[in-house]
Ligand binder design. Sequence first.
Ligand SMILES: [Zn+2]
Length: 1001
Amino acid sequence: MDNLRFIGILAACFVAEFLQLLSSQSLPVQKHLERQSDWQQKVDHTITALLEPGSRRIIATEKVTYTNNSPTALSEIWFHVWPNAFKNNETGYGVEAKINGNAKYFNAQKTDRGWVEGLDFKINGIKQKWSYHPKYNDIVKLEVVNAIESGSSIEIEIPFTVKLPWLFSRMGVNENIFAVTQWYPKPAVYDVNGWNVFPYKDQGEYYSEFGDYKVSLTVPSDFVVGATGKLLDTAEWNWMATLIGEGKNERSKSDVKILEYSQKNIPDFAWFASPDFRVTMKDVSLPDGRIVKTLAFLKSKYESKKMQKTNGVEITDAIETALKYYSSRVGNYPYDYCSVVIGPLQGAGGMEYPMITICGDASEGTIIHEVGHNWFQCVLGSQERDHPWMDESINTFFHTQASTEKEKEFSPGDKVDANSALLQFRLTHDIGLFQTGNLVSGAYHPFNYGTIVYGANPRRFYYLQEYLGKKIFDSCMHLYFIRWQFKHPLPEDIQLVFELVSKRKLDWFFEGLISGSTPDYAIQKIKKAKDGYLVTVKNKGLYAVPVKLGSRRSTVKNEIWLNGNDTTVFVAGKPEQFSLNPSGYLLESNYSNNDASAKGILKTWDKIAIGFPNLYKRGTQRIWFIPNVFSSNAYDGFMPGLVLTNFNVPRRNWEFWAVPMYGVKSKQFTGMANVQRNIFHKKGPLSITEISMRFATFGFNPDNVNRLNSFYHYAPVVSFYLKRKKYWIQNIVEVEYDKNRITKSYWVAPGDIRNRYSPDLQNDLLRIAFTKNVYRKISPGKFILQLDMGRNYANKIGNDSAYQFAKATLIVDKFIPYKNKQKKTFGFYVKGFAETFIHQKNQGNTSGVYNPVVSGANGGNDYGYRQTMFKRSATFNNGSVWNNQLLPNGIGMRMVPNIMAKSWCAGVNAQTHLFPGIDLQVFGDAVVANTNAKASELFYTAGITYSQRIGNNVFYELSLPLVYSSNAQAGTSPKEFYKYMNFRISLNMYKPTQLIRNIYQ
Ligand SMILES: [Zn+2]
């Protein structure tokens, strides 16, 4: 291939990547001229449905009465037909399953999938024109010939049949329980922002119009049904009351019954049916004296031993706790019934619907949370998909307070338990995954969806409550409830109410803490003054937040509120310890600058504690001390030593690790060390910049003669982690400068004095690499574009005869999964690569280690001394298995003979699993390269490989080539195939930061 053309292609790829990187993903924000409170649509439903358990079908007709209260005439209505989400892997839900790793759904057979059949729309008996959304099959556009004028309504008749899926998400059948949710065609909300249409997702909920419902369900007689609304059939009520304790369901399977339900002013209708339900009921009286009937639908499989004895009264008790707590702190529960189903929900604690909820576990917290959604989403009908904080976060804030299992407060000196919101939230900064509290549900990394929506945001509301005081906070909530019940509040609406009632500006909360970056406050200086201390507080964040300064002397504590700007305050008395944000409710990006002592030289430094790994402790810098007995290489032999590091979660701004060791065979000190400055960016295109200085020294022997050399490796490295536009794509730019010196030391026989002198060989290298990691869980991929520039010289710097080169490398890596019944990893890996010199001078000086590799790159090809290798000077067939170690993510074929290209190579590695879930695979590798003999030459090999990846990195791989082209046999090499066996292991994955990154990618 023509080198210039090749470089052209590389450059084009590079430019394309950068353009994509820079292109904005945001959509234009629609400014609304009207106010959301001025009008809203009304959508009434009359549904008649028949459940056929055998075919898992619901055959139904629906009559929708759509009242257009908007000022605009509507000539189209958008509908959601969400059962279609479960039709295939290309739906909105299917794509989400591939990204988040829902293997169960990805591998599902057709019988377990779900969809809508026989869908049609009629107005006055006449079929209407309708079409699917161009991208999503669960969104439908109905065209209305005569536009619905403002203030008028139309009736739409919709026949439809639902094929229920297996219960992958919130709808479907599992364990003989039919969860019938998001099941009927339903108009999307039309509000001041226009039509709110979106595909069904696991992560992210709904937005529905309010209306009146009349539903008639035909089910087998022995089915017990829990549903939204009021059940109108007295006989059915009486029968359900017998289904508790020893009560047995003795109704006939073959008969059917018709159940009628009715309810005004609700946003949705869900029902759950099973012949196996037991039912517990309890009448609960609300603070205003009204009686609400609570029901628990239980199935023995999901009941604890205790629940079987108590008949699940703890469920109705938890419903009662929720009804009373929310009624008093938010507003009265407006409905007459409230039910909970304990059932086989997948991957979530529970799921809420108006007046009924399904809980995957029977814990008090889950039940209170789900029942609490009757306020936050049902009655206060916010746009959950766009603003999950308005329902999930506020609801979690209340449910954790209603629950008798109270959240533990965090105070200085406390150890943080691994599940705490604080620790998890800080982890999102540590790994460059920080996201704000007001994002669209689908934009959140799944880890963050839990950590931020259910962890950080509720904690921020605790902070607002701490700031306003509970009384004022509750007055704000009451007015919010009264003003917005059965309506669609937007974020600015809740802010307006809170500011109105509290008479305070709360931008710092709604636009700051919820929607913006994380604040950071620091105690900068402590100065003794007359009768007290002067404490200098610095705002390191992007906006000011009211913050508390605490001081204490033994058990006497004092707290004052500061307005959040840079300030120096006088604290009277003789405190021993100062602490900013002592309660920890204000989430900060850095806590290591919050605590200070009154005495000492390093007052604002965290105390240093040395010991074995332990949990993070606020106010303490812990240095880990771990014996290391795992290291060895071919030259130094076994190397016992130590690992010393201050690595912590949350990560510190300055990090270090050092691994001093002693080589038993080489009788010399070896080891590695790294000092790193981490910058966690609050604004701009980057999330983290890591600036580090790496050092390593180990024994080495480049020419395999009976002597020992050592190399010294110094490398300043700067890694830029770009902010993620899509949570599953991480772009990284890395600039690394390596300086390597090799010293010689001779010995002829053991015991001889070693004659060590100045560097014999040196190399300087600059690597600039752009990596795009696609962490799509089921089909990960990777793109790397790398430029190496370097020189290699003997003794003196600036020697004219120094070898100089510049080389470009491109790697594209992809996993293509196959569906399989075992729901295991099963698929096809393909990796394409190309490498070429762009520039070379004085090539004769090197042994070719810098050249593009045709066979697998081994220790000898790690010219940057970046990898941990068992044998660095590997040459084929000199009797040691360590020669057969290949670089972890290098290019080239999986072959040991050291074949190098003259100036360029391009090739493919492919492999596929033989059996689902078993790491044994077959592989085939091919490389085209120019060699000294030919302008271009084809090499290939194929065999079996036992390999495993973590995300998109090879973790370990053991390959046995069985066939190979004759030119890949390396001339004089023997034909014993086992000598071609080779392995890769990625030791870098053991670094703590890398381990944590791998877990949460
Ligand atoms: Zn929830």
